[in-house]
Ligand binder design. Sequence first.
Ligand SMILES: [Zn+2]
Length: 158
Amino acid sequence: MTEQDEYFMKRAIALAAEGMQSNAGGPFGAVVVKDGEIIAEGYNQVTSTNDPTAHAEVVAIRKACKTLNNFELTDCTIYTSCEPCPMCLGAIYWTRPKMVFFGCNREDAAAIDFDDQFIYDEIEKDIDGRQIKFVQLARKEALTVFRDWDAKQDKTAY
Ligand SMILES: [Zn+2]
């Protein structure tokens, strides 16, 4: 960890405060850095945009990908004011950054009623044991699209 890392984390924390104070959403901020420069910033906008996926990390990732015109954030570092929730963790893995710094941890978030533990618990469960009912339907028909994708010659793999 360098002074530069601390600088970027402080920016993520400032964004968390900014978003909260402007009533954009919860107290979370994130920045994406490439080659020592911030290429995207975000704060939580769930309640102001009625978008439950508008977490700080997702907002910043979407902007960064747009800026880089790429669906991956190779060689980027993400600084987030709090340990990513399971959704953002997934988004981060899909974008393949090289590193993630986080400020608060999931226990800190749970202490102010942002508890992600139930999602971690749900992931561990069998589908039949989950709180939200998941039912498999029309697998045969759905698989035809997968077969077409598998055979598609001009696809962009990712
Ligand atoms: Zn999240």
